[in-house]
Design a protein. Sequence first.
Length: 280
Amino acid sequence: EDIFAGKATSTLHGRAGAWLAHTAWARELAVPPFPTSEEPLYGYCCHLAECGAAPTKASAFMEAVAFAGGLLGLDKAFAAAASPRVKGITARMLRLKRPTKKRPPFQARTILNIEKVVASAEAAEEMSMTTEDRVFLGFLLFLVHARLRHKDAARICNEPKLGVDVDGWGFVDAEMLKHKAARSAKKARTPLPVAALALGVSGTPWAAKWLGLRRDLGLDAANDGALAREPLVGGGFGGGRLRTDHASAWIRHLLPRLGVEAGDAANFGSHSAKVTLLSW
């Protein structure tokens, strides 16, 4: 347990998944998956290339091999990972990978419409938005105005606080412990302050309305263990944290009601929020 204590759960899951796929292949051929050696590992990579596996699958497996060598002392792992032909076939597969397609930023008119829906129950009704939709869109505005990744912000475990003057100018802020940059044990226990402008592009007090809606639904990040929770089909929210892919699906579901063409809505995702203000 202590060996893996410093590693992210997602990293361990990915490494284990790569090894499980290799072990299943080895069992089909009656080849012992352990101890490792260059010959069967190269054979597995050739198998991946021949069966049309994802271009990154061989390289991901060799990363898992090197990981096991460094962390667990797996015999001959480094020698196998450094084999010229193993490195060659993984490079050949990677050349087949399509160029990475990044999510586009939201346009200004989309943000204006989102702020209108969050701030106004009448506007929300006109666009057929539920209270749960408004809470989610408020969270989306928090991502936009604080330039945050969805996964990092969803893990926030303290309810955001509003600090504004009499005219509404100010910030809505919170603290993150679990985030992409918290790789060391020290950083993982050091809160990272995050803040978003409380008045939006339209000058409406979206943050105050969002926090009010959260209170009305009984949401509290400190009690819930997450700032963004999974919605329930019948309304309300469940106990689980909102997954990134589910957030992207929710965004694409709502965008046509916010004036985005249905065909264009498919291009957007949760990462669109982080890059929006950076691109303007």
